[in-house]
Design a protein around this ligand. Structure first.
Ligand code: SAH
Length: 346
């Protein structure tokens, strides 16, 4: 029998698989409940299935796709998980409690190929795409580990990798996340963050109403191309027109992430330029003061002073553009934005 990873499957896929091994179709729904509602650790816990079926599952169906290797807790309650993949790669997920919310930041690729200058994940290069099961299992294992202590309420694709470069597996994972029989998240509680791959972005708009975040980081093409090489392929006018045309639900906005790099993109003039290019886009801005990696990978970037950060925000706010400053979480354990590298600290 061919080995399968059950967390790759939506409920209809699982029904097909269950039938293919000679079981009744409705067993798939039972399995889904065991996996996602009861959160079983092994098939032996499924006492309502026949002995024969359980043996088939033991031999043919992997319940888990990841192995938890390390768990680090920051002084601010952020928890970073390091997971090993079956081929020796590593990924990280970060749990960010912020009562009443509790957000899990998940990875979509091992490494990343986009080479943004300020990001440590990019500096380490691309290993491979994650499977749907590897994406889903981050949520399952973190929730299992937290038990009754904390319930994950929100999911953000802001860990390692570029989710739109792994489109099929990410979309399939979102289907399982929002299935009421699966992980049962509302679309409103899922956010996908992208460097701005325009064709996939347009496709996403048609296929999934999850929240969208765009990593912008500069208000002109010359600087953005320097910081984010992908901008040469999809420059700002193209990216922003895709954003203008993005089919947003009523009252929804696109989040634009903007890292503040001292002396690079943080001047009041650049803030005014940002206001100008976002004109006509239903936008809100998340300002992320640069997080130096620990140890630094030689990027040479610095976090601006508090005064400069506030001055930048004020320009946006005076222009009626909602702008929040994102407080970095988990910096002492290398869990903040752009610090994920997936290697063991030991
Ligand atoms: N590839 C996707 C998903 C990763 S999201 C994307 O880029 O959107 C990770 C976020 O952290 C992005 O907005 C990224 O630009 C930001 N980031 C990367 N390095 C950072 C750093 N050193 N300091 C602050 N934010 C950083």
């Amino acid at each position: 029998m061919e080995q399968v990873f059950v967390k790759n499957y939506t409920l209809p896929d699982l029904e097909t698989w269950v039938e293919s091994i000679g079981e009744a179709r409705f067993r798939a729904r039972q399995l889904f409940r065991h996996i996602y509602s009861r959160r079983i650790h092994s098939w032996s816990e499924c006492s309502d299935l026949s002995k024969m079926f359980r043996v088939q599952l033991e031999f043919g169906a992997h319940l888990n796709a990841l192995k938890m290797v390390e768990k680090l807790e920051a002084s601010d309650d952020t928890v970073k998980y390091l997971f090993g993949l079956h081929d020796g790669q590593f990924i990280e997920s970060v749990l960010i409690p912020d009562p009443p919310r509790c957000t899990l930041c998940i990875s979509s690729q091992a490494g990343c190929s986009f080479q943004c200058k300020f990001c440590l994940t990019g500096a380490l290069g691309f290993k491979r795409n994650l499977s749907t099961a590897e994406i889903i299992d981050q949520i399952c294992q973190v929730q299992q580990d937290q038990g009754a202590r904390r319930r994950i309420t929100n999911i953000v694709f802001m860990g390692m990798g570029e989710p739109l470069a792994n489109y099929a597996s990410v979309l399939q994972a979102i289907r399982i996340m929002v299935d009421p029989n699966g992980l049962a998240f509302s679309h409103r509680r899922i956010t996908l963050s992208t460097v701005g791959l325009v064709p996939q972005l347009r496709r996403l708009g048609k296929e999934s109403p999850v929240n969208l975040a765009i990593s912008l980081h500069a208000s002109d093409d010359a600087l953005r191309s320097e910081l984010m090489p992908i901008n040469r392929k999809y420059p700002l006018p193209e990216l922003l027109s895709a954003c203008r045309e993005y089919p947003l639900p009523p009252r929804k906005r696109i989040t634009f992430e903007y890292i503040l790099l001292d002396g690079i993109n943080d001047s009041p003039k650049q803030a005014r330029e940002l206001v100008r290019i976002l004109h006509g886009v239903r936008a809100k801005v998340n300002l992320i003061p640069f997080n130096p990696a620990n140890p630094d990978f030689g990027s040479g970037y610095r976090r601006p002073s508090e005064g400069r950060i506030l001055a930048f925000q004020e320009v946006l706010q005076r222009a009626q553009l909602t702008a929040m400053i994102r407080q970095s979480r988990g910096t002492d354990i290398g869990a903040a934005c752009g610090q994920l590298v997936a290697r063991s600290s030991g």
